[in-house]
Design a protein around this ligand. Structure first.
Ligand SMILES: Nc1ncnc2c1ncn2[C@@H]1O[C@H](COP(=O)(O)OP(=O)(O)OP(=O)(O)O)[C@@H](O)[C@H]1O
Ligand SMILES: [Mg+2]
Length: 244
C-alpha cells in the first residue's frame, strides 16, 4: 500500500537520503533501525512531505507522486491518510488533553465539535487517559503526554501511522506504559512504521525490520533474520554496539 522508490534528499550539499527503497503492505508493522544521523527521521518526514526529497516517487494506495513534479493535491491527500507521533510529543500547551485530540478532527477533517469530542474521548479512553481529559500538558507526565500524542494520531483514523522514536525522550520508568499502548495500536491491524532504538520491542511487534545506514536501506528482513542472523557486517556491528 505504501511504496517509496529511489528517494534522494540533500541538505545543502550534503546528501542525506541516497536512494531509499521501501515497500510496505497493508497491516505491516515495519520498524526502522539504524545509527544516529543516518536519515531515519528524514525518511519518515518525506512521507508527509515535511522533508522534501529532490527525486524519487511515493505511492500510497491510489495516490502516486513524483517528487520532481510535486502536486499540492497529492501532498494533501497523502497527509490525510497518514499521522505522525513525534519524539517530543508535539502537544499544544494551551489546550487540554481532550482539545489536543479534537483539534485535527475539527481543523483538518472539519468535523463538528460534538463529533470530535466523541471520537477524541474514545481514543483517549483507548490509551488509558479517559480520566485526564481536562488536564493541561503541564499537569501530565511524559508518558501521558505521549499517549495523548498517540490518541491524536489515531483519532483521524489514518491508513498509516508513523512513529518517530516515540519513547526516546521519556524517563526510563515511563517507557513501558507507552510501549504497551504502541503494541496495542500496532496489533490492531493499522499499517505502522516505527523508528526506534528499542530493539527488543521492535523484534516483538514487527513483521519486518529495515536497517538504514548511510542514507540507504542497508538490510531488511524478518526480525529473526535481522537480529539472529545479521549477515551484513554493518548491521552486525550496529547490533553489537546497541548490545542486542
Ligand atoms: N532540517 C535540516 N537541515 C539540515 N540538516 C538536517 C536537517 N534535518 C536533518 N539534518 C541532518 O540530516 C542527517 C539525518 O538526520 P535524521 O534526523 O534523519 O537522522 P536519524 O537517523 O533520525 O538520527 P537519530 O537516530 O539521531 O534520530 C543528520 O546529519 C542531520 O544533522
Ligand atoms: Mg531521528
Amino acid at each position: 500500500m505504501l511504496e517509496l522508490n529511489d528517494i534522494k534528499l540533500s541538505y545543502g550539499n550534503t546528501p542525506i537520503l541516497k536512494g531509499v527503497n521501501l515497500s510496505v503492505k497493508r497491516g505491516d508493522v515495519v520498524s526502522i533501525i539504524g545509527p544516529s544521523g543516518t536519515g531515519k527521521t528524514t525518511l519518515l518526514r518525506c512521507i508527509n512531505y515535511l522533508a522534501k526529497p529532490t527525486s524519487g516517487t511515493i505511492v500510497l494506495d491510489d495516490i502516486r507522486m513524483d517528487y520532481q513534479a510535486v502536486n499540492k493535491a497529492a501532498v494533501q491527500a497523502i497527509r490525510l491518510k497518514t499521522a505522525m507521533v513525534f519524539q517530543q510529543f508535539n502537544v499544544f500547551r494551551n489546550m487540554t488533553v481532550l482539545e489536543n485530540v479534537m483539534d485535527p478532527l475539527m481543523v483538518v477533517q472539519r468535523k463538528s465539535k460534538e463529533e470530535a469530542r466523541a471520537i477524541a474521548g474514545q481514543e483517549l479512553e483507548r490509551v488509558g487517559l479517559g480520566a485526564k481529559l481536562d488536564r493541561y500538558p503541564s499537569q501530565l507526565s511524559g508518558g501521558q503526554l505521549q499517549r495523548t500524542g498517540i490518541a491524536r494520531a489515531l483519532a483521524v483514523k489514518p491508513d498509516v501511522i508513523l512513529f518517530d522514536e516515540p519513547t526516546s525522550s521519556l524517563d526510563p520508568e515511563l517507557v513501558g506504559e507507552v510501549l504497551k499502548v504502541i503494541k496495542e495500536v500496532t496489533s490492531s491491524g493499522i499499517t505502522s512504521l516505527l523508528v526506534t532504538h528499542e530493539m527488543q520491542f521492535a523484534r516483538s511487534i514487527s513483521s519486518r525490520i529495515v536497517f538504514m545506514d548511510q542514507g540507504v536501506v542497508a538490510a531488511e528482513g524478518t526480525p529473526e533474520a535481522i537480529f539472529d542472523n545479521p549477515s551484513q557486517p554493518r548491521l552486525a556491528r550496529f547490533l553489537n554496539a546497541e548490545h542486542v
